[in-house]
Ligand binder design. Structure first.
Ligand code: FEO
Length: 391
């Protein structure tokens, strides 16, 4: 538990054991499920934490308010990493009333069988007085689910933002940021955005415009630190990512069965290095994939303006891990990128032309026809210097 202000307490938990967030995304630095208490004449809890942390969660709450009851549970977001203790909290606090919007209600019933009489429905612009201060509610659909809303506490200039401005990575005991916290989390915030929210650039832009009139001095997201010192950097990064804005540089993504496409990828990396062009390189094939796997590649797609993809021809098509990557780009509506494809084949090349077709369908600028080479990689046969010269 951390006291954030006279009224606000952070009562969330860190999860250092979960291996894959949403069953998909690696968590080498853990993740936090944040929950906040606003304590006034009435007490409101904003979101819960994932099930499995009941004891620690209740202990945090008791450290903050002792034996006081919680009057309201505001459900900003229904994804179970934040809502899976809803039923438990209703049972633990028999007088507790859930505050939720109309899109949240059927999800509450469907997930947890929440009785209607325990729910108070709010909508855009609704408010809830806690006595000395007031919570205001605003809908930000698709950031990250259709029901998502934020809660604004004007008396504290504090935005309880749901997943918006969230990041992977557990938080320190002192959850409020300091100088340098943004730099510490920037890569994990980018990876979180790329994996979780990346499809919803337009809704994020809509939400940012909607929130731009608020004089925000504190952001309490559902994941990561409480932001006070680094708000301009955090908002600017989300703004940039949701506009698909990137820096000059190359994200090399490849898979390889017998090392020939990998050798071409490594040769390209060396050529980029020699030219001083920023780049990242990601091998997606099986055990060779780094600890971040696909999520690392997606993170760097949100960093760099050029995507260069290597795939051998497999079953007359694209090597499956690379095809998954291309589908992940499609799902995230990635746009405004330059693209190049390469890869080896044994008797008939198909991967490069199919990669180009997918890239064209996404509106990417093709830097050339691609480089499809037969059998083994050799420096003489496969001119990756010429590819680097096009960047
Ligand atoms: Fe952290 Fe969309 O839940």
């Amino acid at each position: 538990m951390t006291k954030i202000s006279d009224r606000i307490y952070s009562v969330g938990v860190n999860d250092d054991d979960k291996v894959l967030f949403e069953g998909l995304w690696p968590l080498p630095y853990g993740v936090s499920y944040n929950s906040y208490l606003v304590v006034d004449e009435k007490v409101a809890l904003i979101d819960t934490v994932e099930c499995g942390f009941e004891e620690e969660f209740l202990s945090n709450i008791n450290d903050a308010i002792g034996g006081r009851d919680i009057d309201y549970l505001v459900v900003n977001h229904m994804e179970p990493d934040h809502s899976s203790l809803v039923a438990y909290m209703l049972e633990t606090y028999p007088g507790l009333q859930i505050i939720a919007n109309a899109k949240t209600v059927p999800m509450l019933k469907g997930y947890y069988g929440t009785p209607e009489e325990r729910i108070t429905v709010v909508g855009e612009g609704s408010s809830l007085s806690l006595g000395g201060c007031t919570l205001n509610f605003s809908l930000i659909p698709m950031v990250h689910w259709p029901e998502t809303m934020v809660t604004w506490l004007a008396e504290e200039n504090t935005l309880f933002s749901g997943d918006a401005f969230g990041t992977f990575g557990a938080v320190a005991e002192e959850v409020v940021d300091a100088d340098g916290t943004f730099e510490q989390y920037k890569d994990e915030m980018t990876r979180y955005y790329a994996c979780i929210v990346g499809k919803y650039g337009t809704p994020v832009q809509t939400a940012l415009k909607k929130l731009s009139g608020l004089e925000i001095k504190r952001i309490c997201s559902t994941h990561g630190p409480v932001w006070e010192q680094n708000i301009p950097q955090v908002v600017s990064l989300y703004d940039k990512m949701s506009r698909y804005e990137v820096e000059r540089g190359v994200c090399i993504v490849y898979g390889s069965m017998y090392g020939n496409t990998a050798a071409a990828a490594d040769a390209l990396a060396l050529e980029l290095e020699a030219r001083g062009i920023p780049y990242a390189i990601h091998d997606l094939a099986g055990n060779n994939a780094g600890e971040l796997g696909l999520s690392g590649a997606l993170r760097d797609v949100f960093k760099y303006d050029t995507i260069i993809v290597g795939s051998p021809t497999y079953n007359n098509g694209i090597f499956p891990p690379v095809e998954t990557f291309m589908k992940a780009l499609q799902a995230r509506l990635i746009k405004g990128r330059r693209f190049y494809a390469f890869g080896s084949y044994t008797w008939s090349g198909a991967s490069v032309s199919q990669l180009n077709a997918l890239a064209s369908a996404m509106g990417f600028e093709l830097l050339g026809d691609g480089l499809s080479f037969a059998q083994a990689y050799t420096k003489e046969k496969v001119d990756m210097a010429a590819v680097a010269d096009m960047i």
